[in-house]
Design a protein around this ligand. Structure first.
Ligand SMILES: [Zn+2]
Length: 279
């Protein structure tokens, strides 16, 4: 198990509009009804999103679980809060039990692990062993298929199946705000395509699909951040970053399979394994 999973929050410099809550979370309102919830003192610097309207909130990812996100969500969320994990990696499922039955992407690999209305991710889906995080079992409240719309009050979020980082990854597209909640498909820092189930061919296909379908002014909000000039802020990427990733993956796929890491641009690197060339 690796050590140094977190640093003292006092050593972190937050952007002026990111407010420290519960001595652990960095909270930023990205519009009047959406907050980004960061964990800047955790080495993976996760960011979850609380999307609200009327009496409803959707929590897209529940964080690393190193602290409970539930009290913060109770303060900021509306009367009904649904948790929706973007994928089954351990750092996106923390404290998911706190929110009752979860919304889950209706994908064959997730249906395959359902038993009596509950999900237990496989070790390979969860990957928590490296940080000694036990595999959870949690209830499924509803299945939402790719291309279906999740309604949060009057807001509409299209579920997009975005494999590449993991086969069960989904992102949410909110046309009204021209915003993609990209989860782990693309984020600031080192992208993981070296983990089990990662696929460079999926990365290429989904990048091309997103470049075709999304407007050039898309705001891409991400599930991991990196400090820039020593300051932690909610991570946002754009169309140009998607384009850069597409080009790097296309170039890699012309080579023989190998394990390594390449820069994508000044904000991203891509880690890959030989297996990710053929998965
Ligand atoms: Zn992940």
């Amino acid at each position: 198990m690796r050590e140094n999973l977190e640093v003292a929050i006092e050593t972190i410099t937050l952007a002026d509009d990111v407010l420290l809550e519960d001595g652990w979370f960095g909270v930023k309102a990205i519009d009047d009804a959406t907050i980004a919830i960061g964990e800047p003192a955790y080495h993976q610097r996760n960011w979850s999103y609380l999307i609200s309207d009327g009496d409803d909130s959707l929590l897209f990812d529940t964080g690393s679980g190193r602290r409970s996100i539930a009290p913060l969500v109770a303060r900021h969320g509306r009367a009904r809060v649904d948790a929706f994990p973007s994928h089954m990696h351990f750092d996106h499922l923390g404290n998911i039990h706190a929110f009752g039955p979860a919304t889950v992407a209706d994908l064959p690999m997730l249906r395959a692990i359902e038993t009596n209305g509950t999900l237990t991710p496989t070790d390979e889906m969860f990957l928590g062993a490296s940080e000694a995080v036990p595999v959870p079992t949690f209830e499924v409240g509803r299945w939402i298929a790719p291309d279906e719309v999740v309604r949060v009050g009057g807001r509409s979020l299209h579920v997009l199946h975005t494999p590449g980082h993991s086969p069960d990854s989904v992102s949410l597209w909110e046309a009204e705000r021209s915003r993609l909640y990209a989860a782990d498909f693309i984020y600031c820092g080192a992208l993981y395509a070296q983990t089990p189930g990662a696929s460079l061919r999926d990365y290429l296909r989904i990048c091309e699909q997103l470049l075709d379908d999304l407007p050039e002014q898309v705001q891409i909000v991400c599930a991991h951040g990196q400090p820039e000039n020593g300051v932690d802020d909610a991570p946002v990427l754009g169309y140009g970053d998607l384009h850069a990733l597409r080009n790097v993956v296309a170039m890699l796929l012309k080579d023989e399979p190998r394990t390594g890491e390449v820069p994508v641009n000044e904000r991203m690197d891509l880690r890959f394994s030989a297996e990710s060339f053929t998965a």
